[in-house]
Design a binder for this molecule. Sequence first.
Ligand SMILES: [Mg+2]
Ligand SMILES: [Zn+2]
Length: 96
Amino acid sequence: MDLRELQKIMAEIYLERDLKRGAEKTLLWMLSEAGEVADAFLKNSMEDLKKEVADLLAWLLSFCNVVGIDLEEAVISKYDSNCPECRQKPCRCPQK
Ligand SMILES: [Mg+2]
Ligand SMILES: [Zn+2]
């Protein structure tokens, strides 16, 4: 399964509910899932961390469905084959 297929599956499962909730609330849910990822990471729970990163991606895909972004296209167009900032691979930007 690729990212576009996954986004389509998420739409089949959730788009009706996602549209009713709307973009702003969907974005807030996505951010709360990012907090759950941090929680699981800080608790050193790999089992929970796996579930939470899955939730985070699912909510990001829901958000993209609501606002009409094809995430696979968006990622590939920005991160084609080199770093979008320094244009090198591996990245040679100053460490963040
Ligand atoms: Mg979660
Ligand atoms: Zn770079």
